[in-house]
Design a binder for this molecule. Structure first.
Ligand code: HEC
Ligand code: HEC
Length: 180
């Protein structure tokens, strides 16, 4: 009798452990699931849901202009693929033979929020990352009416885009504004 009682006690405590372990496991799984949903295990899904006007993107845009328009015009995110921006942001000390100052972590994170929200990944997966606007398919796509004869650099944009000081590429010079 004594033995059976001990065995029973033993089993009961075992069962208790099992129940507690199961509860912890279930809790972990549900927390993991919730996190996955919140962070988006499927990035394209979340990207579509994210509001492009959210405050961090606006702050990132302002920081982008103040950080990246000291030496050349602010280049709009949409003319280059996301991969280019990622490379440039990750290597501010190796920037076309110079270095970008004031790139602290928070600046990088906010600028990245603006750039990735407003650009798209390379069209042809595996093709080389374009480091010059001239090589970017997105630049061509954004200029259906324009046939570029001379080479394109950040210095030539202003000729047709007088709104650049306000980071506005929609306003065009009169010759293009009035063209069919
Ligand atoms: C210290 C000056 C300086 C700052 C600040 C700077 N750049 Fe540049 N950037 C350059 C130089 C110099 C070039 C090369 C221009 C050339 O070769 O015609 C360049 C070229 C570029 C190009 C290629 C332009 C083209 O003509 O195709 C991109 C894109 C670019 N920079 C992005 C950025 C970004 C993003 C930032 C901010 C994180 C930034 N730049 C900040 C100096 C700077
Ligand atoms: C020869 C004139 C010309 C030059 C130079 C030029 N653009 Fe444009 N851009 C245009 C025209 C015109 C449009 C409108 C689309 C069209 O009609 O092809 C346009 C449209 C755009 C747009 C889309 C604007 C929007 O939101 O509707 C962006 C972004 C842009 N250009 C960026 C640039 C950048 C960056 C440069 C310099 C590297 C540049 N462009 C140089 C003429 C030019």
């Amino acid at each position: 009798m004594f033995k059976i009682a001990r065995l029973f006690r033993f089993k009961r405590s075992n069962l208790l452990y099992l129940v507690i372990s199961l509860a912890i496991l279930l809790w972990c799984m549900s927390v993991g699931w919730a996190f996955n949903r919140a962070l988006g295990a499927n990035p394209t899904h979340t990207l579509a849901q994210l509001d492009p006007n959210r405050p961090t993107v606006e702050a990132g845009k302002e920081l982008y202009v103040s950080t990246c328009a000291g030496c050349h015009v602010p280049i709009p995110a949409e003319v280059l693929p996301t991969e280019t921006w990622q490379q440039l942001l990750e290597n501010p000390q190796k920037h076309y033979g110079t270095s970008v100052p004031n790139m602290i972590r928070l600046t990088q994170v906010l600028i990245w929020d603006y750039l990735k929200t407003n650009s798209r990944p390379i069209l042809l997966k595996g093709s080389p990352i374009p480091y010059y606007i001239e090589q970017s398919q997105y630049f061509t796509i954004l200029h259906p009416r324009v046939e570029f004869n001379e080479s394109i650099t950040a210095k030539t944009c202003i000729g047709c885009h007088p709104g650049i000081p306000d980071f506005n590429y929609r306003t065009l010079s009169s010759q293009w504004e009035d063209a069919p």
